[in-house]
Design a binder for this molecule. Structure first.
Ligand SMILES: NC(=O)c1ccc[n+]([C@@H]2O[C@H](COP(=O)([O-])OP(=O)(O)OC[C@H]3O[C@@H](n4cnc5c(N)ncnc54)[C@H](O)[C@@H]3O)[C@@H](O)[C@H]2O)c1
Length: 340
C-alpha cells in the first residue's frame, strides 16, 4: 500500500489526542485523518470544525466500522487501551496506541497473544522518546561504542507544578506517578542501555505539595532503582512539583565515557544576561519538549504500515515497561524491594 494514503481514525481527542489529531490531519505524510471518536460532544465538534474531520462518532465500535478505515490511533485513557487494541485488530485495522500498553500484566500479555493472531496488522505503542532526535542520536552513539559498555542510567521526568492540581483528579486512573510518568524513563533506559528484563527494584516517594494524592495512595515525587538481569542499573526520578518547567533528562554512563540528553531543559537558544546572571527559559510542558518527536512517531507508524515494516518497538518492550512500572509502584507502596 506504499502509494495510497493511510485512512486513519482517532479515538480520544483530549489533552494528548488533540495534538496527535492535528499532526495526522496536517503534517504526517501519507496519512489521511478520516474519522474521530470521543464520548465528549465538544471534542467531536472541535475535530469537525478545527480539523475538518468528515466523520465523527461517539462510540468506538462505530469508528471501527467506518468504511475504508486502515488504522486507528488510540489516545484514550490507559484503562481502555488493551480492549480497544484487540477490538481494532479484530476489525482488521492497524493500531497505534499511546503508552502505557496497560496498567496490568495480564492485559499486556493478552494483547501480545491476540496480536500474534494478526501478523499482517501492525501494533505500535507510543514510547515517544524513541523518536526524539536527541535520544536517537544518543542511541546511535552508544550502539557505535562512543562510551564503551553502558552500565548505568540516571533518568528523570519532572513536570512543572500545577497549582490547580489537574493531575490530582487524573491520578486515580493513571496507575500512579511511576507507572504513568516513569514508564517513559523505564523504556528509555532499557533501550539506551540495551538491557533486557529487570530482576529487582526499589522505590520510595513523598508528597511535597499535593496532599490530595494521599487519598489514592499516590505521591508527587518518587525515586526508583532498577537492577537489570545482566547487572546494569538505573536510577529514576519523577516529580510533578518542579518550579522551573518540564525537565526530562537522561544520563548514560559507560566504561569509556558518559552521555547526557537534555541536561538543560531549554525552551530555545535564547540566553538572557542581566543583574540575576545568565539564564534561559525552560520547556513549560512535555509537549513543547517532545513536539517534534510526536510528529516523527506518528510518521514512523504510518511508514511502518505503508512500507510493511516491523514496528520500531515491540509489544514485548511495552510489556516489559509495564512489568517494571508495576514492580516499582508496588515497591513504592510497600517500601520493600520487589524481585521480578
Ligand atoms: N506519550 C506521552 O508523553 C503522553 C502524554 C500524555 C498522555 N499520554 C497518554 O495518552 C492517553 C490519553 O491521555 P490524555 O492526557 O490525553 O487524557 P484525556 O483525558 O485528556 O483524553 C482522553 C480522551 O479519551 C476520550 N475517551 C474516553 N473514553 C473513550 C472511549 N470509550 N472511546 C473513545 N474515546 C474515549 C475522552 O473523551 C478524551 O477525548 C493516556 O494513555 C496517557 O498515558 C501520553
Amino acid at each position: 500500500m506504499t502509494g495510497s494514503p493511510l485512512n486513519i481514525g482517532i479515538a480520544g481527542i483530549g489533552r494528548m489526542g488533540s495534538h496527535h489529531a492535528a499532526n495526522l490531519a496536517h503534517r504526517v505524510v501519507g496519512a489521511r485523518l478520516v474519522a474521530a471518536c470521543s464520548p465528549v460532544a465538544d471534542e467531536l465538534t472541535w475535530a469537525r470544525d478545527a480539523l475538518g474531520v468528515a466523520h465523527v462518532y461517539d462510540d468506538y465500535a462505530r469508528l471501527l466500522a467506518h468504511p475504508g478505515l486502515d488504522a486507528v490511533f488510540l489516545v484514550t485513557p490507559t484503562t481502555l487501551h488493551a480492549d480497544q487494541i484487540i477490538a481494532g485488530l479484530e476489525a482488521g485495522r492497524h493500531v497505534f496506541s499511546e503508552k502505557p500498553l496497560a496498567l496490568n500484566l495480564p492485559d499486556c500479555l493478552r494483547v501480545e497473544r491476540e496480536a500474534a493472531k494478526y501478523p499482517r496488522q501492525k501494533v505500535m505503542i507510543g514510547y515517544v522518546r524513541r523518536f526524539d532526535p536527541s535520544y536517537r542520536d544518543a542511541h546511535e552513539k552508544i550502539r557505535a561504542g562512543a562510551i564503551g559498555r553502558p552500565f548505568l542510567a540516571r533518568s528523570q521526568t519532572t513536570d512543572r507544578n500545577d497549582p490547580g492540581g489537574f493531575f490530582v483528579r487524573f491520578a486515580p486512573t493513571s496507575g500512579g506517578i511511576l507507572l504513568d510518568m516513569s514508564v517513559h524513563d523505564i523504556d528509555t533506559v532499557r533501550w539506551l542501555l540495551g538491557a533486557g528484563g529487570a530482576k529487582r527494584v526499589f522505590a520510595t516517594g513523598t508528597i511535597a505539595v499535593h496532599e490530595g494524592l494521599r487519598e489514592c495512595g499516590d505521591v508527587d515525587n518518587a525515586v526508583a532503582t532498577i537492577e537489570f538481569g545482566d547487572g546494569r542499573i538505573a536510577c529514576i526520578y519523577a516529580s510533578r512539583t518542579m518550579a522551573h518547567g518540564h525537565d526530562t533528562q537522561t544520563e548514560i554512563v559507560g566504561t569509556a565515557g558518559s552521555l547526557t540528553v537534555g541536561r538543560n531543559p531549554r525552551l530555545n537558544r535564547v540566553e538572557i544576561a542581566d543583574a540575576h546572571g545568565m539564564r534561559n527559559e525552560c520547556t513549560p510542558t512535555f509537549y513543547e519538549r517532545f513536539a517534534e518527536a510526536f510528529l516523527l512517531e506518528a510518521q514512523a507508524f504510518v511508514d511502518t504500515v505503508r512500507e510493511d515494516r516491523p514496528p520500531p518497538l515491540t509489544l514485548a518492550d511495552a510489556t516489559e515497561a509495564t512489568r517494571i512500572g508495576i514492580a516499582v509502584t508496588e515497591s513504592l507502596r510497600t517500601k520493600r524491594s520487589v524481585e521480578l
